[in-house]
Design a protein around this ligand. Structure first.
Ligand code: NDP
Length: 295
């Protein structure tokens, strides 16, 4: 029996539709249009693609999108001044600074300057700390998406053994915190973990956020486990000169063993922007003292 494929594209589309409904309600009842500002420094082609899709999906959900493009040579002071201006702008409820930033700019300093109430990427230490202490927080989008996808097949995560491979601040650590808040028993594995295959084999819920193409093999997966593959890796394609995307999990192998699995592409990827829209609506509600929306 092969695993259920968790359709991130469809789940993300459904979430975006819910966000659009919430935005329409806020406009009708409160004359509030949530606004998301995205700052792009330089011309990294992948970042340009992400920023374009973020802007498009923001507008499609009925929100305002503000795009700010600075040249590759922009100074740290210029970026900090722009963030300060966006912090002060009442039409902007969410601010996202697209990473990576050019070398002359200290990314952590920029992230620390974003008003935590507008930090829709959830990377500010205040939001990371609030998540870690169980307080309401704007939470990083990819981790939020991972948990939503897991819950699409496992509505109650309580008591499950969850293994997160990867401990970055943007994926591994926050996803582990979210799973702990869901009452999973969480193991965080990384490059120094002993017997990684054995650790993964214990997981009822396995989250792979490593950045190594197909590193997690089918025989590392416990039969029936739910596998969420965050990895996005570009590898040579079958035709000469072409490339294709693969995850951190050997999909075809894991499909034979897992109970449910996310594909790459079409799994976690589409959830990230959908969750960014959710965070922007949440930030907008909080800005005018409304309770958290139902999305
Ligand atoms: P990082 O490079 O920041 O972190 C990778 C983590 O994997 C580190 O904690 C590292 O351990 C661990 N690791 C590396 N090699 C091994 C190994 N051989 N065995 C065990 N652990 C290992 O990556 P990110 O967290 O930023 O991203 C992870 C993946 O997710 C990437 O493919 C990225 O493209 C993708 N991604 C996808 C998103 C989406 O929207 N779907 C969004 C963000 C990321 P250590 O700490 O010890 O070095």
């Amino acid at each position: 029996m092969t695993a259920t494929i968790i359709d991130g594209k469809a789940i993300a589309a459904d979430l975006r539709a819910k966000v659009a409904g919430e935005v329409a309600r806020l406009q009708r009842d409160h004359h509030l249009t949530p606004g998301l500002a995205v700052v792009l420094v330089g011309s990294n082609p992948a970042s340009e693609v992400y920023v374009r899709s973020k802007g498009k999906q923001t507008v499609e959900a009925g929100m305002q999108s503000f795009e700010h493009k600075l040249p590759q040579t922009a100074s740290e002071a210029e970026v900090l001044a722009l963030v300060a201006q966006l912090n002060a702008d009442p039409a902007v409820h969410g601010i996202l600074v697209q990473l990576p930033l050019p070398d002359q700019i200290d990314a952590q300093k920029v992230l620390n300057t974003i008003d935590p109430a507008k930090d829709v990427d959830g990377f500010h230490p205040i939001n990371a700390g609030r998540l870690a202490t169980g307080l309401p927080a704007l939470t990083a989008c990819t981790p939020l998406g991972c948990v939503m996808l897991a819950k699409a097949v496992l509505p109650n995560l309580s008591g499950l053994d969850a293994v997160v491979v990867g401990r970055s601040n943007i994926v591994g650590k926050p996803v582990a915190q979210l799973l702990l808040n869901e009452n999973c028993t969480v193991t965080i594995a990384h490059s120094r973990t002993k017997d990684l295959a054995g650790v993964c084999r214990r997981a009822d819920l396995l989250i792979a956020a490593v950045g190594r193409p197909e590193m997690i093999r089918g025989d590392w997966v416990k039969p029936g486990a739910t596998v969420i593959d965050v990895g996005i890796n570009r590898v040579p394609g079958k035709e000469a000169g072409k490339t294709r995307l693969v995850g951190d999990v050997a999909y075809d192998e894991a499909l034979q063993v897992a109970g449910a699995i996310t594909p790459v592409p079409g799994g976690v990827g589409p959830m990230t922007i959908a969750c960014l829209l959710v965070n922007t609506v949440r930030a907008a509600c909080a800005a005018i003292g409304l309770p958290a929306p139902s999305v």
